[in-house]
Design a protein around this ligand. Structure first.
Ligand code: ADP
Length: 319
């Protein structure tokens, strides 16, 4: 392989830049040329493709977002769109592609592989919702952003003796809510992987109030319901004054944490190694701190799961 491409697709995540940097530098280290494809699959179809040099990825390791931009592209889900992408890859002499993104982006990568273009997926999403890796790039940074926000909310919650409902991202996964809840000592954590435990939440709130607790923090994952709706239910079931904070896109931004930079560097470089070895249609990941790779389809057919022990612990510690 003499020339490869790299793109970022789907929701952006802090650390994507560090992954791009690792891909470019590792490929050049191997004597392979790298082309950056801007705006994900949309840019691939449109031919928004440029050669990357060592200097192209200088001074980006500490930056959030993605220097290659990201996009969602409905057209790429069609055979026609994929054909257009392949024409562009052929035109630029690109022999293999590294796709940094989430599960949707991986499905696109698998389609290209099936059509004869070897692709490797690098998991980049704050949701941590991809099976086959303990952590995705961006999760740790987003977690720290959420913790920082909840710490601040806790100050005002204490001053005003209120119940706070905080809605966090994660799409259909509860990892961000669970980790942030445990890290912040939240009274209740509402995540899509567990049954509706509304009665238990109310019971815990009342119990806390009776023993003089001045405030409560409830974390709701966006995959369950909106924070606004949940707080209305709480107010209806109790006499407690409730406030809602939707953390929203602040969770997707910011300088990547040390952990995310290291993870992105390792996974990006490993993806290049695999492509050089002739592997295709797989995603890279980290399990028990070891670099691993799995077939994309096999991984995407698996159900995402959360750490049940962690969930139980969060309950035990917030009695
Ligand atoms: P993420 O990668 O973060 O999960 P999306 O699910 O929005 O984000 O997917 C990103 C892009 O990947 C989509 O806009 C589309 O271009 C491409 N994609 C998603 N699913 C498929 C599919 N089944 N086949 C081909 N391309 C897909």
């Amino acid at each position: 392989m003499k020339r490869i491409g790299v793109l970022t697709s789907g929701g952006d995540a802090p650390g994507m830049n560090a992954a791009i940097r690792a891909v470019v530098r590792k490929a050049i280290f191997h004597g392979v040329e790298v082309y950056g494809i801007e705006h994900g699959y949309q840019g691939l179809i449109e031919g928004s493709i440029k050669k990357m040099e060592l200097g192209s990825v200088g001074d980006i390791i500490q930056r959030g977002g993605t220097m290659l931009y990201s996009a969602r592209c409905e057209e790429f889900k069609t055979e026609e769109g994929q054909e257009k992408g392949i024409q562009q890859l052929k035109k630029h002499g690109i022999e293999g592609l590294i796709v940094i993104g989430g599960d949707g982006s991986f499905r696109g990568a698998k389609k290209l592989t099936e059509k004869g273009y070897p692709c490797i997926g690098v998991p980049g999403t704050i949701d941590n919702d991809i099976p086959g890796t303990d952590f995705t790039i961006g999760f740790d940074t987003a977690l720290n952003t959420v913790i920082d926000a909840i710490d601040k909310i806790r100050d005002t919650a204490t001053s005003h003796e209120r119940t706070y409902v905080i809605e966090v991202m994660g799409r259909d996964a509860g990892d961000l809510a669970l980790w942030a809840g445990l890290a912040d000592g939240a009274e209740s954590i509402i995540i899509p992987e567990m049954e509706d435990e509304f009665d238990e939440v109310i019971e815990r709130l009342k119990r806390g109030h009776e023993r003089g607790k001045k405030h409560s923090i409830i974390i709701v994952a966006e995959g369950v319901t909106s924070g606004v709706d949940f707080s209305k239910r709480v107010e209806k079931a109790t006499d407690l004054e409730t406030r809602v904070t939707v953390l929203g896109h602040t969770q997707r931004g910011g300088s990547p944490s040390g952990r995310d930079r290291v993870l992105a560097s390792r996974l990006g470089a490993y993806a290049v190694d695999l492509l050089m070895k002739g592997k295709a249609g797989c995603m890279v990941g980290i399990e028990n701190n070891e670099l691993v790779d799995h077939d994309i389809l096999e991984v995407l057919n698996r159900e995402h799961s959360i750490d049940i022990d962690m969930y139980r612990l969060s309950k035990e510690l917030s009695i």
